[in-house]
Design a protein around this ligand. Structure first.
Ligand SMILES: [Zn+2]
Ligand SMILES: [Zn+2]
Length: 201
């Protein structure tokens, strides 16, 4: 058998003449040490794979739980989220304007006040002509202070749009997807408005 060229032992880095071409260790001791290290590495890799799988399952389970939690939420839950985003947009749109009902400027809290109430006119709950920045006292204590709201609204949106607002409206049936879409749309709309104002400023 021809003599193989010398090589460095993978374990102790000493030169040796291998008996066979696939031998990478000089002594059985070095061979055992290398085998042990390889087994350790495989074990670590197996553990890492399991860990990764477990994490993935955890995420999947969380997603499933979240979906299930949302699935049992009543429609009103999604209506509230959509209304909150719509109202936030209205407050942002009207930032700097006085209260639609009493014309006052003040630092107190302001709401998005519906002219035609959500309770009696649910089909107008996301109508931008129907909702304007209103101070908390007018919104909470004077039932929207409608006496002041009406003339101010007409001068703000014009008689034609006011008439359209007062005119007949088709009933709307919102599904969960509708509320989610409205929520997302108005969140995006408010962010875009803020961004455009920052650019202008
Ligand atoms: Zn060695
Ligand atoms: Zn007011």
């Amino acid at each position: 058998m021809p003599k193989l060229p010398r090589r460095k032992c993978l374990e102790c880095r000493e030169w040796f003449i291998p008996q066979y071409s696939n031998v990478v260790w000089c002594t059985p001791e070095c061979g055992a040490a290398i085998a042990l290290k390889r087994r350790d590495k495989e074990k670590q890799q197996a553990i890492a794979r399991l860990e990764k799988k477990r994490k993935k399952e955890l995420v999947e389970q969380k997603d499933k739980l979240k979906a299930r939690r949302l699935a049992v939420k009543p429609l009103s839950y999604f209506a509230k989220l959509a209304q909150a985003e719509f109202n936030a947009y209205i407050r942002e749109r009207d930032a700097g304007l006085p209260c639609i009902s009493c014309d006052r400027y003040h630092d107190g809290q302001h709401h998005a006040g519906h002219y035609r109430t959500v309770g009696s006119n649910p089909e107008l709950r996301f109508d931008e002509d129907n909702c304007h920045r209103q101070c908390a006292p007018c919104n909470n204590h004077f039932s929207g202070n409608i006496g002041g709201y009406t003339p101010n609204l007409i001068s703000k949106i014009g008689q034609a749009r006011f008439d359209a607002l007062m005119g007949p409206h088709e009933a709307k049936r919102y599904r969960r997807e509708d509320f989610e879409r409205i929520r997302d749309e108005y969140r995006a709309k408010r962010k875009a408005l803020i961004a455009s104002r920052e650019v202008a400023a």
